[in-house]
Every structure is written in structure tokens, then in C-alpha cells.
Design a protein. Structure first.
Length: 155
């Protein structure tokens, strides 16, 4: 059973990445465009452009969430997004109370750690990172074999 689970691991990571990225993207879209209920507590409202730190966090959520969802530059996008959620937790939520259940920071903490995990696992299967890596590998193979044929073999 363990072997079967191990072979499915890249697909599980890929699905985890897609769902996490989509949810993160939705938070940014809600804050920037007022969709999906709008910015927290505004019933369809948006965050004013350039407002620190909320507007910048929403931009990171929208762009970072999209990149993570697509599996494009996953590790870098997840690192920036995870850091933004750590900042949000410690600057906005933690001063209100010690535990996430007390300060309303459950989503920030979960996104922070989920995205941090993706920094180390990468995009898994079903991502554009893997597609581009395969394409680059296929392009390099003919060059490597041509170089081997041209180079003289020492006798």
C-alpha cells in the first residue's frame, strides 16, 4: 500500500497546490475586485488601491495564488506568498490574541504553512513547471547526443 501511495504522491501534491493556489487567488480577487463577497467584512467592497498593507497583500494573493495554482514558478511564488501570510498573522492577528482561534488568524496561519510546504515540495504533477522542465530536457537531449557523435574517441 505504501508503494501505491508513493507513486500517487506527485499527483496529490499537484492537487494540493491547485486547490491552495485557487483559494489564495480567490482571497486576492475578493479584496481587489469585490467579487466572492468582497474584502473581509465589506459585503462586496474592495480595498483602496495602494493601501498598506492590505492592497499589497491582495496583489500578492492574486498573482501568487495564480502562479501557484498553475504551477508556474511555484517555489518562488509560494515563498513570497507564505511570507506575506506570516507578516499578516504577526502584524494583524497575533496582537489581538495569542491563539489563531482567538485572533481570527486561522486562514493566515494555514495559508502560511501550506504555501511554505510547497516551497519544499515543488509543484508536483499537473503543473507548468514540470511541463517546461520536460520540454527543456527534450530540447537538450539531441544536442547532447550530437556532441557525443562529433567528439573524437580517444584510442
Amino acid at each position: 500500500m505504501t508503494e501505491r501511495l508513493n507513486t500517487a504522491q506527485p499527483y496529490a501534491i499537484g492537487l494540493f497546490r491547485i486547490v491552495t493556489g485557487l483559494l489564495f487567488l480567490c482571497h486576492g480577487a475578493a479584496s481587489l475586485f469585490g467579487v466572492l463577497g468582497g474584502a473581509a467584512g465589506t459585503d462586496g467592497g474592495t480595498i483602496s488601491a495602494g493601501t498598506w498593507p492590505g492592497w499589497y497583500a491582495a496583489v500578492i494573493q492574486l498573482i501568487g495564488g495564480g502562479l501557484v495554482m498553475l504551477g508556474l514558478g511555484t517555489r518562488g511564488a509560494a515563498l513570497v506568498a507564505s511570507g506575506s501570510m506570516a507578516y499578516a498573522y504577526f502584524s494583524v492577528h497575533q496582537p489581538v490574541g495569542l491563539w489563531p482561534m482567538m485572533n481570527g488568524g486561522e486562514a493566515a496561519a494555514m495559508f502560511c504553512w501550506a504555501l511554505f510546504l510547497l516551497v519544499f515540495t515543488g509543484s508536483g504533477a499537473l503543473g507548468l513547471d514540470a511541463l517546461f522542465a520536460r520540454r527543456g530536457e527534450a530540447e537538450r537531449r539531441p544536442e547532447a547526443s550530437a556532441e557525443r557523435q562529433e567528439s573524437p574517441v580517444a584510442a
